[in-house]
Design a protein around this ligand. Structure first.
Ligand SMILES: NC(=O)c1ccc[n+]([C@@H]2O[C@H](COP(=O)([O-])OP(=O)(O)OC[C@H]3O[C@@H](n4cnc5c(N)ncnc54)[C@H](O)[C@@H]3O)[C@@H](O)[C@H]2O)c1
Length: 310
């Protein structure tokens, strides 16, 4: 049994990760300031004696009265609606917040995994994206607070490995979806389901020919755990390489809901990436990991969640 700290543990992916780590028999501490996460995401874990919950902002130095073996840092607002509302908070969370967690990892000789993002590739000119691609990123645009916070956090992790020997892991997470996403999150799946359940037209930005690759949350969690447990201390893409056009995703949402929805077209937001698909050769060969849940199945499970909340 390991003692594991999950920063951002009350969020969408973080809460599923806490659940899985508890199932594996670990002692889990979740830290979260509930900025974009919800207490109800983890309330069902409160009766588990191996689970503890700390309401705290990671921008404040982290201290626990028990030593820990591993830290997962998932603390960061992650949706485009947040980029506009709280860009300074996002940059501080990726810089000061990650620094505090690296300090705690160093003090405990713990291994620390950063939840980085496919956004480090920006609007990629290389397709699919491999980990050695440096990206096509705008440092002065609407998404730059998020993209640059994660790029800085990756560099800060590497610096701590080089200077202090901290054991680091970097997961470059590609679009992940599933139960517990916020309906008002602004990302494509919650947008479509929220509109579908209200019987509204599905909003498509641009022509809908832009692509996304969507990974179901249980696959993402397995990927993160595999990376943490591996010896790989360089960035690894964790996502589902099955690529779909947004317009086709809208059609699939109609199929899963068993109802045909109209489409409403709106202008494409600035710097919205045109193509996203992870090359997961590295994860497959070094972690022996690949996604198992196909889009239809993942969407059915996600629909059940959104229905239960509507
Ligand atoms: N979901 C995706 O498709 C995706 C893609 C790429 C990267 N990621 C990364 O994965 C992580 C989790 O994303 P998510 O989709 O679950 O988002 P989320 O917003 O549901 O989870 C983030 C959690 O971090 C918490 N948090 C934010 N700032 C904090 C702070 N300063 N101190 C403490 N807690 C803080 C939030 O309250 C929330 O619970 C994020 O770091 C995100 O950048 C997610």
């Amino acid at each position: 049994m390991k003692t594991i700290l999950v920063a951002g543990g009350a969020g969408f992916i973080g809460s599923h990760l806490c659940e899985e780590l508890l199932k594996l028999g670990h002692r889990v501490f979740a830290i979260d300031n509930l900025l974009t996460g919800k207490r109800e995401n983890i309330e069902h874990l409160f009766q588990n004696p191996k689970f503890s919950w700390i309401e705290q902002d990671v921008r404040v130095p982290v201290y626990m009265n028990v030593p820990c073996d591993q830290i997962y840092n998932l603390a960061s607002p992650a949706s485009p609606v947040d980029f506009e509302k709280m860009p300074v908070t996002i940059l501080q969370t990726g810089s000061k917040g990650h620094q505090n967690l690296l300090d705690w990892a160093r003090a405990n000789k713990a291994r620390i995994l950063l939840a980085s993002t496919s956004e480090v590739y920006g609007d990629p000119l290389v397709h699919p994206q491999t980990e050695d691609y440096f990206g096509n990123v705008n440092s002065f645009g609407p998404r730059s607070c998020y993209d640059e916070s994660k790029r800085y956090a990756e560099a800060l992790s590497l610096a701590h490995k080089m200077e202090f020997g901290v054991e680091i892991r970097i997961a470059r997470i590609f679009n992940t979806y599933g139960p517990r996403m916020r309906p008002e999150d602004g990302r494509v799946i919650p947008n479509f389901f929220s509109q579908a359940l209200k019987g509204q037209p599905l909003t498509i930005y641009g022509t809908g020919n832009q692509t996304r690759s969507l990974c179901y949350v249980s696959d993402q969690v397995q990927g993160l755990i595999s990376l943490m447990e591996s010896s790989v201390d360089t960035p690894v893409n964790i996502g589902n390489p099955a690529e779909i056009k947004i317009i086709d995703l809208a059609k699939t949402i109609s199929e899963v809901c068993g109802q045909k929805f109209q489409h409403e077209f709106k202008p494409l937001p600035k710097n919205d990436p045109q193509q996203r698909r992870p090359d997961i050769t590295k994860a497959k060969s070094l972690l022996k990991w690949e996604p198992a849940i196909d889009l239809h199945e993942g969407l059915k499970r996600t629909l059940a969640f959104f229905k239960s909340r509507s």
